[in-house]
Design a protein around this ligand. Structure first.
Ligand SMILES: [Zn+2]
Length: 165
């Protein structure tokens, strides 16, 4: 393919970012999660600003590698990836579409915007299987540290809840 200025656009780069899935939750793209904060493009290079969901998250290396790979395959040759640590990532950046995808994947999406340490006990979390609100917290930590384990009192299915932070 002939490389022209016109086919290298920020829009095209955003579309490519939407094709990259989160390694820990493969149903979510990194744009669903709000990990990609900004994209800058100039004559010389493309720069992608990403914010890790959790500090020291090993998935970020995989994500950075996947960003490089997909951009490279699409004619972006000079790529810079900048980790933006401040402001810290928050579940508020997750898109509505992302929350819906989580739910159909069987993970309850984050509810509210609380930073209260004990909020998990007070929280009303909807069961992603039967949609009952009659659920209870089993453990603060689910399959990964960003999730808590809940159980539904109606259908008795355990499920992960994606914690707010
Ligand atoms: Zn249920």
């Amino acid at each position: 393919m002939q490389l022209t200025k016109e086919n290298i656009t920020i829009d095209a780069a955003w579309k490519l970012m939407n094709e990259i899935n989160d390694p820990e939750i493969p149903v979510l793209s990194i744009t669903d999660l709000g990990i990609v904060r900004d994209i800058k493009l100039n004559e010389i290079e493309i720069e992608i600003f990403i914010t890790p969901t959790y500090s020291g998250c090993p998935a970020m290396n995989v994500i950075a590698m996947n960003i490089r790979m997909i951009l490279w395959q699409n004619e972006f040759k000079k790529i810079k990836i900048t980790q933006q640590l401040s402001p810290a990532w928050t579940t508020d950046w997750m898109t509505e579409a992302g929350k819906q995808k989580l739910k159909s994947y069987g993970i309850a999406p984050p509810v509210g915007k609380s930073f209260d340490k004990n909020y998990l006990e007070k929280l009303l979390v909807e069961c992603p299987h039967c949609h009952s609100m009659n659920t209870k917290l089993i453990s603060q930590f689910g399959s990964t540290s960003c999730k808590a384990l809940y159980q539904c009192n109606d259908c008795l299915e355990p499920f992960d809840y994606f914690k707010c932070h």
